[in-house]
Write a protein that binds this ligand. Structure first.
Ligand SMILES: [Zn+2]
Ligand SMILES: [Zn+2]
Length: 424
């Protein structure tokens, strides 16, 4: 058990505004036999959204509480909004195809640590992992740029310009054709004789997730929003950023084996990031993480977060594997209620044993996430010149925004995730 560290005020705030914490309820409909017959690897285990909605909301709320007074004056009155909307990015995964990759990165798809060859800048990564083909007059399809084509040194710069003008605006649309005339003009200008009758592209970066790159963009956007003192945008970006930074701190958000599907541990994603924190975080975790720090190099910081997470993947998987062999089989899964449905979830004792085998990893990552979130917000505010937030009003949502929010909730309620289906 951790020491009680909260001041009375802080504790009251947390308890009075936090969403309800529920202990599992055991429905009578499931028999012990049904439970024991379904090990973790085969059970209809809880389908929980990333970090559980619980942890995401907690992370954003607790991050607010660490901010300096000059920021608190604006953030504290909006703490409920920032906390409630911490889960919007997960809800958007039901509405938008481009959303899913923002929540993870499968680092194992890019080799092994220290991943020296992996471009840390998004633009460089997109250029490297986007293939462009031309269809020649003879009807042959030939690769022109991309993964299989080493780029001549002198073309790096011009191609970057071409890429940003011609390719990037077309990203995330179903149509992957390129304007052949533009490509031909570019090829000609750079002394390449190939002429295209038609051209098309395919980007491969999204396939394995983009969270550390997307966070760099968010950091820039948030800094800009602070500069413009655009209150709604600040809140929106802070809430979203808290979510993605939270995801970046989850080890299973950095591997292609994200739900134990390659190691017979289906359901481990929700076990680690939802079940364990829901059971123990408010009871046991030390949420006091200290003041935010200024990030000299936000991009490096975000990369380090996913590298640290990735370094824990082996333990996350192997510890559960070991435990599942030694822990009594009939005490690993227990009935639980989710949205009025009875499901099986890892039992409290089993979850406690897992947490202890990992030496409190979930708590350490949650603390690191809280600190990272407040540090990113703080850095954006400092980089924007520390604007005075004390007189910043938050206008009511415009009609358009209110409509979009209602639509998001509706799509989420009907629910099918676009893109990678499970647990990311
Ligand atoms: Zn997740
Ligand atoms: Zn997420």
């Amino acid at each position: 058990m951790k020491k009680a560290f909260f001041s009375g005020l802080l504790l009251t705030l947390l308890l009075s505004t936090a969403p309800g914490f529920r202990l599992p309820l055991a429905p009578p409909s499931l028999t012990a036999r049904q439970i024991t017959s379904q090990p973790l690897s085969q059970s209809p285990i809880i389908q929980s959204p990333t970090w559980g909605f619980f942890a995401h909301k907690r992370i954003n709320r607790l991050a607010v509480l660490t901010l300096p007074p000059e920021m608190m004056v604006f953030f504290k009155p909006n703490i409920d909004w920032i906390s409630d909307h911490a889960v919007d990015p997960d809800m958007r995964r039901y509405a938008s195809k481009g959303e899913a990759p923002r929540h993870y990165i499968d680092l194992d798809e890019y080799g092994t640590p220290p991943f020296d060859d992996l471009p840390r800048q998004w633009s460089e990564a997109m250029i490297r992992y986007t293939d462009v083909w031309a269809v020649t007059a003879a009807g042959d399809t030939t690769p022109v740029f991309g993964r299989l084509q080493p780029m001549p040194e002198g073309m790096v710069r011009p191609y970057k310009d071409f890429f940003f003008r011609q390719l990037l605006p077309r990203f995330y649309q179903d149509d992957e054709t390129l304007d052949a005339d533009s490509l031909n003009a570019f090829l000609q200008a750079n002394g390449i004789t190939l002429r295209a009758r038609a051209a098309f592209y395919h980007e491969h970066l999204s396939e394995h997730g983009i969270v550390p790159w997307h966070l760099q963009k968010m950091q820039r956007d948030l800094t800009e929003a602070f500069k413009q003192r655009s209150s709604r945008r600040i809140l929106r970006l802070c809430a979203d950023m808290g979510h993605y930074i939270g995801d970046a701190h989850v080890p299973l958000h950095t591997t292609s084996n994200y739900n134990g599907q390659k190691t017979g541990q289906h359901g481990i994603h929700g076990f680690w990031e939802s079940r364990v924190p829901e059971l123990f975080a408010d009871e046991e975790y030390d949420y006091f993480v200290g003041k935010p720090e200024y990030l000299d190099r936000p991009a490096d910081f975000f990369w380090q977060a996913v590298f640290d997470s990735h370094g824990m993947v082996d333990s996350v998987l192997s510890m559960e594997k070991n435990l599942s062999r030694t822990f009594p089989a009939d005490r690993q899964l227990c009935p639980d209620m989710r949205n009025g449905l009875s499901v099986l979830a890892p039992c409290r004792d089993y979850a406690a044993a897992y947490q202890s085998a990992l030496q409190g990893m979930m708590e350490r990552r949650m603390r690191a996430a809280i600190h990272a979130v407040s540090s990113a917000w703080y850095t954006a505010w400092v980089d924007a010149g520390q604007p005075d937030l004390s007189k910043l009003d938050v206008p009511l949502a415009s009609e358009q925004e209110a409509k979009e929010e209602a639509e998001l909730k509706k799509v989420f309620g009907q629910g099918k995730i676009l893109g990678r289906p499970e647990e990311h």
